[in-house]
Design a protein around this ligand. Structure first.
Ligand code: AMP
Ligand code: MG
Length: 414
């Protein structure tokens, strides 16, 4: 067993070989979801100018201080100031100007009367309620001051951050770019979904499931085509993928079978190592580099092994490639609803469902394995909302035991 890697050691070994992609400047919308790689300083203040927060009438508050329901004040309306109005306007004493939300406040005005407090007149207006001085004005710089740092390196850019960058006028921004992953399932039996199955053929589910899993991380992914189980095809297609991709994932062809060509070809190259990892499912793992040093994960072909291996090794590696310091998944501790056995010496990842609420009261959140645990059971895998993790030294989980569970839903739901 000395050549058996622990899950933690193997993950650390893979992560040590992954360097975040170099930062570069991208168009603003391409930055969404990426880590910011610069401190962003605003060269404008926001609001840029004092403006109205209401549709209404710009006034000198003191002039209408006595306005009330029974003592309306009437003023002549000397013009309109719509949003976007370019000229500096002056408010003449004893008058008002109709002003729209976001329009610049005229010189001399110190408050806005909302249209709802008036009779909405266009040439003369009756005001039934008096605003306090300063009311309904948004002051220049109250949100952002010129020269202020509005975002710092390391922020993962959410839609709110993109809005802020647009507001301060940035159309390009320096980020850790989105990697491109090419997924290439191997196996002469594989046919894409949408094509009829011939004798002995199955649909390629790994390729599609893995691409979706990669994209969920905000990383770009493409299907590089199914690779036939022959050495020439493997070499040619892997080299082509390595040229474009930041990371390549293959599935299948890495066990001890006669047509396990990925292993044969890559072992020759010497840049990919094939290891056994003490886990269930998903023991045989390959990791290394192809082409010009492009990292490659060669995952087992069984759909469940492939997806679990992705969760445990590839997902953290991809997050690291994007510059993300925290590569973990959200976990919950749940109470086993039933008991099950686990291989001693291997970390077991059990497809399971969580039931109940996240109250942190023991017993409120239950975990129950789904269906059979065979590595080929794709429909059962789809039922799972978590992977229950049983440590290496545990041979049996009893009903009522506390079990850590990795949540599979991106939003932490179950
Ligand atoms: P292999 O590791 O190539 O021996 O494949 C192990 C098992 O997984 C076999 O039953 C394959 O048919 C199946 N398999 C391999 N690749 C895929 C795939 N892309 N989609 C679905 N099943 C696959
Ligand atoms: Mg195969």
């Amino acid at each position: 067993m000395s050549d058996l890697w622990s899950v933690d050691a193997y993950l650390a070994h893979c992560l040590a070989a992954i360097t975040p992609l170099p930062a570069r400047e991208v168009a603003l919308l391409d930055a969404a979801g990426c880590l910011l790689a610069e401190d962003v300083v605003s060269d404008i203040s926001m609001p840029r100018f004092d403006n109205s927060s209401m549709d209404g009438y710009a006034v000198r508050a003191a002039e209408i201080a006595g306005a009330g329901p029974d003592s309306p004040v009437e003023l002549p309306v000397l013009g309109d100031i719509p949003a976007g109005h370019p000229d500096v306007v002056r408010l003449e004493p004893g008058s008002t100007l109709r002003i729209m939300t976001g329009a610049p406040v005229p010189d001399g005005a110190d408050a806005v009367v909302p249209v709802e407090w008036t009779d909405a007149g266009a040439t003369r207006v009756r005001i039934r309620q008096a605003p306090a001085a300063g009311q309904y004005l948004r002051r220049s710089g109250e949100d952002v001051r010129t020269g202020e740092t509005v975002l710092r390196t390391g922020v993962r850019l959410s839609p709110r951050h993109i809005a802020l960058l647009a507001a301060v006028g940035r159309d390009r921004v320096r980020v850790q770019p989105r990697p491109l992953v090419i997924v290439m399932p191997t196996g002469s039996e594989l046919v894409p979904p949408g094509k009829a199955l011939g004798p002995g053929q199955i649909h390629d589910s790994n390729g599609y499931g893995l691409i979706a899993a990669v994209r969920e991380l905000g990383v770009d992914a493409e299907h590089g085509g199914v690779i036939d189980d022959n050495a020439d095809a493997v070499t040619r297609m892997l080299n082509a993928a390595a040229e474009r991709a930041d990371l390549v994932i293959t599935t299948g062809g890495v066990s001890a079978g006669a047509y396990d060509t990925v292993k044969e070809v890559l072992r020759e190259l010497g840049t990919v190592r094939f290891e056994k990892v003490a886990m269930q499912p998903g023991m045989p793992q390959g990791f290394g580099a192809v082409g010009d040093g492009t990292p490659i994960f060669t995952l087992p072909g069984n759909p469940v092994s492939a997806l679990v291996s992705f969760e445990v090794f590839v997902r953290p590696a991809l997050l690291r490639l994007t510059g993300e310091p925290d590569t973990g998944r959200p976990t919950r501790t749940a109470t086993a609803a039933v008991g099950w056995t686990s291989p001693v010496g291997k970390r077991q990842f059990v497809r399971a469902r969580l039931e109940g609420t996240d109250s942190e009261v023991p017993g409120d959140l239950l975990v129950r394995p789904v269906g059979g645990q065979g590595s080929h059971l794709v429909a059962d895998l789809a039922e799972a909302t978590c992977l229950a993790v049983v440590p290496e030294d545990v041979g049996e989980v009893a009903a009522g035991d506390e079990v850590p569970c990795i949540l599979l839903d991106q939003r932490g739901r179950w």
